[in-house]
Design a protein around this ligand. Structure first.
Ligand code: LMR
Length: 407
């Protein structure tokens, strides 16, 4: 029966993370997967999450199914966090929000929904983008194209090329955007650039699908949602996938949300109905536990304040690591082509290392980066940052020797 099944080539991020787990070397360093590790290299259990769990433990009850769309109170808090309290579309009930299995689940439910209602549309993702974006939309049946985004020359955004490409995208095609902390490059649009993109979206009638997987890791919770809120304030229809994997350190609980901004309450209710139909056809209904934790934290003022301060501390630590690795690399390389380490933001930096150099880092030094050269800065700490910088310098200097080339 399964004779003809081909071997799975592996996933560029998750399979690498699994390889890391079984690597026996004691001094290995995992900078591959987008997960936040603390100053001691441990995955944190946030104090706000722990307190919420303790409170939930005293309310042990039976385990019914959740509705297909998820826990209603959770859906409301998701909407509030993503769109803000002052959002007119929210008070007018123009937004359909449902609980999803993390951000990936939101993308998948959104993709399946869109494929049914826009069968002729194509999807446009940034070049580069998170590897799974292409996979999710192609598996939903879409043709996936790219628009220019990152300049390897400057280590920043190639905004003019991006705008030029966006202007040529046909009406009612789907435009995938990263709200903040672009994955994999760490390069974001500023507010004025977002405004220009939004003008094109409105004029050319594109359908934005915004991935908000890292809310709170850029500037702060509100600023990171700027693109979403600006689209909504312009009265544009859009989809937003958000996740609590990173900002609550709740990876395995698969907590996320999908929101669709509509033009009327009636439309939003029909869209929500269709989304629940997609959920039913895929996995019936989402799990309860993580949603209860997130809801408890966000709705308890003291826990919410604690959570926000813990999240801010995570960002501060990531920023400190950016500076440390930058300083150490600067002791090897005098030119300023390394400044992307401190200019890019969020969990990731696009190092510019080639696949071959990434391979050498892993094999010779036990330092794991994604093949594209993406480094998860959140995996650095004061014990490993020097080792990592020295390993990178080592690999780069070898290259210099053999090819007299530059970083
Ligand atoms: C990442 O980009 O490393 C994370 O979002 C984890 C994943 O699922 O790929």
């Amino acid at each position: 029966m399964f004779e003809h099944v081909e071997a799975f080539p592996g996933d560029p991020i998750l399979s690498l993370n699994e390889d890391f787990q079984v690597d026996p070397r004691a001094n290995k360093v995992n900078l591959s997967i987008g997960m936040y590790f603390d100053a001691h290299g441990n995955l944190p259990l946030m104090a706000a999450v722990r307190d919420a769990e303790n409170a939930l433990a005293s309310e042990i009850k039976a385990h019914p199914y959740l509705p297909m769309s998820g826990l209603p109170s959770y859906r409301d808090t998701v909407q509030q966090l993503v769109f803000g309290n002052a959002c007119g579309a929210r008070t007018q009930r123009l937004i359909a929000t449902l609980q999803t299995l993390g951000g990936s689940g939101a993308l998948k439910v959104g993709a399946d929904f869109l494929r049914r209602i826009f069968p002729d549309a194509q999807v446009w993702i940034s070049d580069p983008s998170w590897e799974n974006h292409r996979v999710v939309f192609e598996r939903a049946g879409f043709t996936v194209n790219t628009y220019p985004y990152y300049s390897s020359t400057t280590g920043g955004l190639c905004f003019d090329e991006m705008l030029h490409a966006l202007r040529a995208i046909p009406q009612r095609h789907i435009l995938l955007l990263h709200a903040c902390c672009h994955n994999p490059t760490g390069v974001d649009l500023d507010r004025n650039q977002w405004r220009e993109v939004i003008l094109i979206i409105a004029k050319n009638k594109l359908l934005p699908f915004v991935d908000l997987a890292y809310q709170g890791f850029g500037v702060d919770l509100d600023d990171d949602a700027f693109a979403v809120r600006e689209l909504t304030a312009h009265g544009l229809s859009c989809l937003v996938a958000n996740s609590f994997s990173k900002n609550f350190s709740l990876y395995g609980e698969r907590c996320g949300g999908l929101s669709v901004v509509c033009q009327s309450t009636n439309e939003a209710s029909r869209v929500l109905g269709q989304l629940t139909g997609v959920v039913r056809a895929n996995y019936s209904n989402p799990p309860t536990y993580g949603a209860k934790i997130v809801h408890r934290v966000l709705c308890t003022p003291a826990l919410r304040a604690l959570w926000q301060s813990e999240l801010a501390a995570m960002c501060k630590r990531i920023s400190a690591m950016r500076h440390l690795i930058y300083q150490r690399l600067r002791s090897y390389f005098a030119d300023d082509k390394l400044s992307h380490y401190i200019r890019q933001r969020g969990m990731f930096t696009y190092t510019g290392l080639s696949a071959e150099q990434v391979n050498r880092l892993r094999i010779e030094h036990g330092v794991y980066l994604v093949r594209s050269g993406r480094m998860c800065i959140a995996g650095l700490n004061e014990q490993n940052v020097i080792v990592v910088a020295d390993a990178i310098a080592n690999v780069l200097l070898d290259r210099k020797k053999s090819k007299s080339s530059q970083i």
